[in-house]
Ligand binder design. Structure first.
Ligand code: RIB
Ligand code: CA
Length: 307
């Protein structure tokens, strides 16, 4: 059967080790036509997340893809402190050259709005890997363009398990709860990929070794990224691949189980900020609540070792 036309996507990201793995997966997947990457502060400051996005494109030889600088801080509260988990450079100190191409002059929101207004409606998906500030600002400032998004697939939130920054708060929604409170009830086609699922897609040292053994550049880089995770978490046997689950869902939704949940977002200042609650008054959102972990890891390895 002839290949389906590649799906146009924009990646909104705060690289971030797991973001970097998801970005390299997308760059290795001919199913995607990456129109651009928009950056946001989150795991580390905006200058570093933007530099990392550009370095990853340079490494993959795909600097034809533009990088657009987004939000340096959340909509209305101070940004989070950088997470040590990702190292001082935000991507575990892996060996990546500096990019030749610099980010575009246009802001992320302006560029995304222009793109969405220039293509047929519902033909561009946004894969969101960090705090939702850029997408919230698009919805607030450019609603006519935002309505033309095909689908937002966002790593974020937690439903039945404990959070990773608070009892029920996950980092991306906790970092900018006001942005999450704009995006979640927006009515735009949204698929949330929460910790309940991403914690079941785990990379081990053996998985990294198998990637390295393939002798392919992107697979070797992902092996380096995974192994850098273990430098800060030496006691752990495996690390969750949160953000790559967004690309894996886009590539193989049949490996995930979706539930339609009515959700509200906590915008308090407590440690509950960003927490999701199943609430009859909430907006209906598709949430990935199950995943075939081994199968999606096999898919990740297959894509990374194919080029
Ligand atoms: O909670 C996990 C999320 O927070 C991931 O996107 C990771 O990169 C961090 O941003
Ligand atoms: Ca991220």
């Amino acid at each position: 059967m002839p290949h389906a036309k590649p799906r146009q996507i924009v990646i909104d990201t705060d690289p971030g080790i797991d973001d970097a793995i998801g970005i390299l997966l997308a760059l290795a997947s001919p199913e995607f036509s990456i129109r651009g990457m928009t950056t946001v502060a989150g795991n580390i400051g905006l200058e570093t997340t933007t530099r990392n996005a550009s370095r990853l494109l340079a490494f993959a030889g795909q600097e034809d893809i533009p990088v657009l600088v987004g939000a340096a801080a959340p909509l209305s509260r101070p940004g989070p402190e950088p997470l040590n988990l990702h190292g001082k450079d935000g991507i575990g100190g892996v060996d990546l050259l500096d990019p030749v191409r610099q980010p575009e002059n246009q802001s992320a929101v302006e560029w995304l709005a222009d793109l969405l207004l220039s293509v047929p409606a519902s033909t561009v998906d946004v894969l969101a890997l960090g705090p939702l500030t850029n997408i919230a600002r698009l919805i607030l400032e450019k609603p006519a363009a935002a309505k033309r998004i095909g689908r937002i697939i966002a790593m974020g939130g937690v439903i039945h398990e404990a959070g990773n920054v608070g009892p029920r708060s996950e980092f991306n929604l906790w970092a900018d709860p006001e942005a999450a409170a704009v995006v979640v009830p927006s009515g735009l086609p949204l698929v949330l990929v929460p910790l309940d699922v991403t914690r079941r897609v785990r990379a081990t040292r053996e998985f990294a070794q198998a990637l390295r053994a393939a002798g392919k550049p992107l697979a070797t880089m992902v092996a380096d990224l995974i192994e850098s995770y273990f430098e800060t978490k030496t006691h752990q046997e495996s690390r969750p691949l949160h953000d790559p689950c967004v690309m894996l869902f886009a590539l193989a939704p049949e490996l995930f189980r979706l539930e339609d949940l009515r959700l509200t977002v906590n915008t308090g200042s407590s440690e509950e900020a960003g927490a999701l609650t199943i609430d009859e008054k909430g907006k209906l959102v598709q949430v990935a609540m199950g995943v075939e972990g081994p199968a999606v890891l096999d898919l990740l390895a297959a894509k990374l070792t194919a080029i």
